[in-house]
Write a protein that binds this ligand. Structure first.
Ligand code: NI
Length: 169
């Protein structure tokens, strides 16, 4: 089932998420829904808080469903390593229509549980490192605008408020 994606302004997006206590059927359904919602958007990553569930879960698929092996599921992920710096444009399904150049690690390594409850480690450079940091940020209640300098952030937040006032957000 495709779930509605929350947008900037919703408090769930701005609060740290809680660890998953057990892999229940509810969690399995949530994972299915998150993947379906990400592909439908379409997007390359989605975190549980974005669909209103304050749990430490994200999915990433840089192939957007074209390659069955490309789907990454992370439950209760932790940082293993981050190094270097890259500057590229990025967006977020919770901020449709907005992009910004965001500093991110050049290489990132994250460890967490997969859907079967097995621990796995994912290491990435370039776009994958960026996606890992972006989704980890969601679990800490941070959006990409929170990584921007004041003026750039304020510009986007002001535009969102204007859209919200016009009933277009
Ligand atoms: Ni996002």
């Amino acid at each position: 089932m495709i779930r509605p994606i929350l947008r900037l302004g919703d408090t769930t997006l701005q609060s740290p998420a809680e660890p998953v206590a057990a892999l229940t059927t509810d969690i399995e359904r949530l994972l299915d829904d998150m993947v379906e919602t990400m592909y439908a958007a379409p997007g390359v990553g989605l975190a549980a808080p974005q669909v209103g569930v304050p749990l430490r879960i994200f999915v990433i698929d840089l192939s957007v469903g074209r390659d069955a092996k490309a789907l990454i599921t992370m439950i209760n992920p932790e940082w293993v390593d981050r190094e270097g710096m890259q500057l590229e444009e990025e967006g977020c399904l919770s901020l449709p229509g907005f992009n910004a150049t965001v500093p991110r690690p050049a290489r990132a390594v994250v460890r967490g549980m997969d859907r079967q409850g097995e621990m796995h480690t994912v290491a990435g450079t370039g776009l994958l490192a960026r996606a890992l940091q972006h989704e980890m940020d969601h679990l800490d209640g941070k959006l990409f605008v929170d990584r921007l300098r004041g003026i750039k952030r304020d510009l986007i937040v002001r535009k969102v408020r204007k859209l919200a006032r016009a009933g277009k957000w």
